[in-house]
Design a protein around this ligand. Sequence first.
Ligand code: ARG
Length: 464
Amino acid sequence: MAQLWGGRFTKETDQLVYNFNASISFDQKFYAQDIKGSMAHVKMLAKQGILTEEEREQILTGLQGILDDVNAGTLEISDKYEDIHSFVEATLIDRIGEPGKKLHTGRSRNDQVALDMKLYTRDEILEIDALVKELLNVLLNIMKENTETFMPGFTHLQKAQPITLAHHMGAYFEMFKRDRSRLYDIHERMNYCPLGSGALAGTTYPLDREYTAELLGFYGPTLNSMDSVADRDYLIELLSALSTIMMHLSRFSEEVIIWNSNEYQFVDIDDAYSTGSSIMPQKKNPDIAELVRGKTGRVYGALMSILTTMKGIPLAYNKDMQEDKEFVFDAIDTAKGCLALFTGMLRTMKFRKEVMENSAKNGFTNATDAADYLVNHGVAFRDAHGIVGQLVLYCIEKDIALDDMTLEEYKAISPVFEEDIYEAISMKTCVEKRMTIGAPSRAAMEKVIAICEDYLKDSEKTLA
Ligand code: ARG
C-alpha cells in the first residue's frame, strides 16, 4: 500500500478497504493525460514564482521520463499505489528527490482527476468523431454509386414505395451527421479547464488559471471551483451521444441482418466480416452486425449508471464520482470498436441490385402512383385509393403485379385508365417523379449528395 495521505492516520488501512477504495486498476488508462496536466501545472507554478526555474526543469524532465518509460513499457504502473496520481507523484519523488515533493503545490486530486478525465474524454471525442466521419465517407460512396439502384422502401417492415439504395443510405448519412454535431457541441461546452480549483474552494497560491488553461488547449478556466470538481455533465452528454450513435448503428445492423437473411438476400456480407457455424456447414452468419446491435445495451447501461450515480451527490467532490470511469471507458471503447467494425463491414458489403429491384417490383410499391395517376385524371384521391385497392386485390388473386395487368383488365375496374398507366407506374417513373429535396429521384439525390460532399470537405464545423 502506498498512500499520499498517511500523516493523520495511526493505523494501516485494512487491505479490503484499500482494495475497495483504490482506482489504479482503471485510472491508469489516463496516465498520459495525468502527466500532461502535471507538466502544465508545473510550468504555471514556475511562471508565478512558486517554483524556481531549476525545480521546474527537474520536475519536467522527471515527468517526461516517466511518460517515456511508461510508453515504452519499461516502467510498469504498479497497483501498490492507490491511484494514477499517487503513482506518478511517488515515482517522480523516487527519481528526482526533493523537487518532486513540490509537484502537488496548489492542487488537489479533486481538480486533478477532473482535469485528467476531461483531457481523456476530449482526446477520445476527436477519435470518435474521426470514426464517424469515416463511416460517412463510406456511406457517401455507396450513395454516389446507387442513385438508380431501386429497392423497396418499407413502413411497418411492409413494402411501401420504391426508393433507391442511395436514398436509403442517405437516411443514415443524416443520422451520423447529427451524431457528429452532437460531439462537436459537447466539445465546445466541456472545453474549460478545472485545474486550479483545488479540493473545492480554490487555493491560496497566486495561480494563473488562464495560463494553465491555455497551455492545455482549453478555451479558458472554469468559473466556479465547486462546480469544477463536481461536474460530470460532459460525461453524461458524451454517453448520451454515444448511446445515440449506438442506437443508429443498431438500427442499421438490424437492417443488414434482415437484408442478409435467406428470405431477403439483398446483400452479401464479405467473408472477412461474417462467421460460420460449428455444426451447420451452410451457415454464413452476420455476427458483427448482431454484436453491434447487442453491445448497444452496454452503452445505454453506462449512461443509466452515471445518471444514477450522480443524482444524489451533494457538492462538491464525493468518492461516488470515482465510479464515473470504468463505465465511460468501456462505453467509449465499445462505441469505437463498433464504429470501426461496422464501417469495415459496410465498405466490403455487396448489394444484390437485381434482387432489390425485383423485390420493389413485386410488392405493389407502385400502388400509390397508380392512385396518383387517377387523381391526375380527375378522380378524387379517396375514390382513387378505393379503385387501386380493388386492383391490388385482383392482382393478389391472380398472383401478378400491377404492371402485368392488361389494359382491358384495368378498364374493367376503372375506365379512366389508358395506355400511359404502364409508364406512370414503372419503377423508374415512381422514383423519378419524387423530385422535391429529400426525395429519392436521381435529380434530388444528386443535389443532396453535393451538399453531403461539401459537408465532409468543410472541417470548420467539425472536429476532425
Ligand atoms: N480516484 C479518485 C477519483 O477517481 C481521485 C480523486 C480522489 N480524491 C479524493 N479526495 N479522495 O475520483
